[in-house]
Design a protein around this ligand. Structure first.
Ligand code: NAI
Length: 338
C-alpha cells in the first residue's frame, strides 16, 4: 500500500452555513470572461439575487452573455463599475489583460477573485497590495457547475486567501464560494500555491495520466492483433463503469465490484504494470510543477505559436481510436444506452 508516513492531513469542509452572502449582496460583481466558468458563475450568482455585470471583449462569448440577459461592457469598464472582480479568462492571457485593462482601474474598494492559483502563484500577476485577493474554484468544468446548480445541486470546490487587507478576506472568499454555488456541496480552504500544484499534477501525472494509460493499453491490444472494437471495449468503453462505481460507492467496494477473478487480478497483478518507478516519476513531476517548470514550458510553447500542442492534438484526432469510437458513440445515441 501507499508509503504515507506520519499523520495524514485532513481539511475541514465548509458549507453554506459557514458563509454570509450578505457580504457581497450590496457590491457589484464584475465577471470578466463568459466562457466555461464565466457563464456558470455569472448565472449562479444572479440566481441568488447578486448584481452581476459581464466584462468581455466583443466575441461570441459576449454575444452569449447578452443572449443570457447580462449587461456586457468592455473589461476595463466592468472593473471600474464593479467591486468584486472575478477573473474568469484563460490563465495564459490573464497577465496581459490584468496589466492593460484591470490593474489601472483597481482601488482599495475592489476584491480580486481568481478561479486558479496559476497567475498569482507563479508571479505572472502581482496584484496591488491595497486590496483583498482571494480564490474560489469549482472542481469541474463550467457546464456542470451551471447544470448542477440549476437542478438545485452543488459541486465540490476550493477557496482561499492570497492577500487580506480588510481582515475580511476569508469571509469574502466564503461568500463568493457560496455565490458561485460550491458551498452547496462543500469547499475546503487552500492556498494559491497548493491549488495550482495539485491541479497541474492532476493534468500531468494524476487524472490526465489516464489518457496516456488507456491509449497505451488500446495500442498494445491492436499491436497484438485484436480488432479496434475489442480493444476499445476493454479500455475506453469499460472505464466508464469503474468511474460510475467510484461515484456511487466507497473505492474499496468499487474495485471489488466485478467478478472474483476480476477483483483478484486487479488487486494483485496491476502492480506488475504500474510499477514503483511510476511513484518516483510522479514525485519528480510534482517537484517540477512546484519549481515552475510547467509554467515556463507552456509560456515558451505559446511564444513559439503552440507547435507541439497543435501536433499532439492532430495526432490524437487521427489516432486509430477515432474510427472505432465514432461507431460506439453512434450506437450509444441510437440505442439510448451507455
Ligand atoms: P475560457 O477559456 O472558457 O474563457 C473564455 C473567456 O475568456 C471568453 O469570455 C473570452 O472572451 C475570454 N478571453 C479569451 N481570451 C481573451 C483575451 N486574450 N483577452 C480577453 N478576454 C479573453 O476560460 P475558463 O476555462 O472558464 O477558465 C477561466 C478560469 O477558471 C481560469 O483561471 C481557469 O484556470 C479556471 N478554472 C477553469 C475550469 C474549467 O474547467 N474550465 C475549472 C476550474 C477553474
Amino acid at each position: 500500500m501507499a508509503e504515507a508516513k506520519g499523520t495524514i492531513k485532513r481539511d475541514r469542509l465548509y458549507t453554506e452555513e459557514d458563509a454570509d452572502l450578505g457580504l457581497i449582496k450590496d457590491r457589484k460583481i464584475a465577471v470578466l470572461g463568459y466562457g466555461s466558468q464565466g457563464h456558470a458563475q455569472a448565472q449562479n450568482m444572479r440566481d441568488q439575487g447578486l448584481d452581476v455585470i459581464v466584462g468581455n471583449v466583443e466575441d461570441r462569448f459576449a454575444e452569449q452573455a447578452r443572449a443570457d440577459g447580462f449587461e456586457v461592457v468592455p473589461i476595463a469598464e466592468a472593473v471600474r463599475r464593479g467591486q468584486v472582480i472575478l477573473m474568469l479568462i484563460p490563465d495564459e492571457v490573464q497577465a496581459a489583460v490584468h496589466k492593460s485593462d484591470i490593474e489601472p482601474h483597481l482601488t482599495r474598494d475592489h476584491t480580486l477573485v481568481f478561479a486558479s492559483g496559476y497567475a498569482v502563484h507563479f508571479g505572472l500577476i502581482t496584484p496591488p497590495g491595497f486590496l483583498d485577493v482571494i480564490l474560489a474554484v469549482p472542481n469541474c468544468v463550467g457546464a456542470i457547475v451551471r447544470e448542477r446548480y440549476a437542478r438545485g445541486q452543488g459541486v465540490f470546490g476550493h477557496f482561499g486567501v492570497h492577500q487580506d487587507v480588510t481582515g475580511q478576506a476569508h469571509d469574502l472568499a466564503l461568500a463568493v464560494a457560496m455565490g458561485i454555488g460550491i458551498l452547496r456541496f462543500g469547499a475546503i480552504k487552500t492556498t494559491f500555491g497548493e491549488e495550482v500544484a495539485i491541479n497541474l499534477f492532476a493534468e500531468t501525472a494524476g487524472l490526465s495520466g489516464m489518457i496516456k494509460y488507456l491509449l497505451t493499453a488500446f495500442e498494445v491490444l491492436i499491436e497484438a492483433g485484436f480488432s479496434a472494437e475489442k480493444a476499445y471495449c476493454e479500455t475506453f468503453y469499460e472505464v466508464q463503469f469503474l468511474v460510475e462505481s467510484i461515484c456511487r460507492m466507497p473505492f474499496g467496494e468499487a474495485v471489488a465490484f466485478g467478478s472474483p477473478t476480476a477483483t483478484y487480478l486487479a488487486l494483485t497483478k496491476t502492480g506488475d504494470v504500474v510499477t514503483e518507478d511510476v511513484r518516483e516519476r510522479m514525485r519528480q513531476m510534482l517537484a517540477r510543477i512546484q519549481a515552475g517548470e510547467m509554467v515556463r514550458d507552456w509560456n515558451l510553447e505559446q511564444l513559439a505559436g503552440c507547435p507541439v500542442l497543435t501536433q499532439r492534438k492532430r495526432e490524437i484526432l487521427e489516432h486509430p481510436i477515432s474510427e472505432v469510437e465514432k461507431l460506439f458513440l453512434e450506437r450509444k445515441l441510437a440505442s439510448g444506452g451507455i
